[in-house]
Design a binder for this molecule. Structure first.
Ligand SMILES: O=C(O)c1cc(=O)[nH]c(=O)n1[C@@H]1O[C@H](COP(=O)(O)O)[C@@H](O)[C@H]1O
Length: 283
């Protein structure tokens, strides 16, 4: 089953557009987990199992694992998700971007080694740095468009003159993504919750069906209601709202799993209440 079909099915089954971001910071993991790569695996596996009822998928951030030399643990975590929660999606957050031959190795890493349903990529080096990922016709490629960080404006908000006229760089990326780059039909875009106006603008450009992966609620302070409303504007129906630290570290004590699942449930409910308020369904 391809990424977009799996997404539609999981939104329907779980009634949730929430992604749990797996960003295991060893300095914040509760102390009843061992301060080792095995402890990181145990913490992430337990978080996955505790939050699985309330999410549509997981977004492991590769840097948190690689920095610890915990790639094998990330492989095992992805295997665990596939085995225990096969309907939920895994988006490997790697934000890769390199020339084609190297990009192919990154694609093998994401799709073969970790078995991810989709991967985040950086479009700075242009289409030939994204093309190798599209060889995996059933996997998703989520392109950075308008990122949640303040420095995102340094480049993404610049005005550029391109084949589609004068516009901001993030608008140009969104236009390329829907007009030229979506050969596999499995593309999505990253747009930060900290910029609801731009979420709406991206939705206007790409149309209703392209999934928007939206980080920046919770710890980064993005407004959840404004985010959902913007993502579903212009007939939009496809959204993935990520939250990492606000869920993972809801409690630093022995009750961390209960606290995390409570925050996940409440976040899912708030997303769904907003969806209902504006009269939409996920699919
Ligand atoms: O691609 C991403 O996931 C991403 C893009 C972006 O614009 N902003 C952003 O915060 N992220 C990631 O989303 C997660 C946000 O984590 P929290 O702020 O803890 O919810 C981190 O893993 C970031 O690397």
């Amino acid at each position: 089953m391809d990424f977009i079909t799996k997404l539609r099915a999981v939104w329907d089954k779980q009634n949730s557009a929430l992604m749990l971001g797996l960003d295991p910071d060893i300095s914040r993991i509760p102390t009843h987990y061992a301060c080792t790569t095995e402890g990181v695996y145990d913490f992430c596996r337990d978080m996955v199992d505790a939050c699985a009822p309330y999410v549509c998928g997981f977004k492991p951030q590769i840097a948190y694992f690689a920095a610890l030399g915990a790639e094998r643990e990330l492989e095992r975590l992805c295997e665990h998700i596939r085995r225990e929660h096969p309907s939920l999606v895994v988006i490997l957050d790697a934000k890769r971007g390199d020339i084609g031959t190297t990009a192919k190795q990154y694609a093998i890493e994401a799709f073969e080694r970790y078995g991810a349903d989709a991967v985040t990529v950086n479009p700075y080096m242009g289409f030939d740095s994204i093309e190798p990922y599209l060889e995996w016709k059933d996997r998703g490629v989520i392109v950075l468009c308008r990122t949640s960080n303040a420095g995102g404006s340094d480049l993404q908000f610049l005005e550029v003159e391109g084949e589609y006229g004068r516009m901001r760089l993030y608008e140009h990326i969104a236009t390329l993504a829907c007009k030229k780059w979506n050969a596999s039909g499995q593309l999505g875009l990253v747009v930060g919750a900290t910029y609801p106006n731009e979420i709406a603008r991206v939705r206007e450009i790409v149309g209703p069906d392209m999934p928007l992966l939206i980080p920046g609620i919770g710890a980064q302070g993005g407004d959840l209601e404004a985010t959902v409303t913007a993502a579903l504007s212009f007939g939009g129906n496809a959204l993935l709202i990520n939250s990492s630290r606000a869920i993972l570290y809801a409690s630093g004590a022995e009750d961390c799993l209960q606290a995390a699942s409570d925050v996940a449930r409440k976040t899912r409910d708030k997303i769904n209440q907003t969806i209902l308020k504006i009269g939409k369904v996920h699919t």
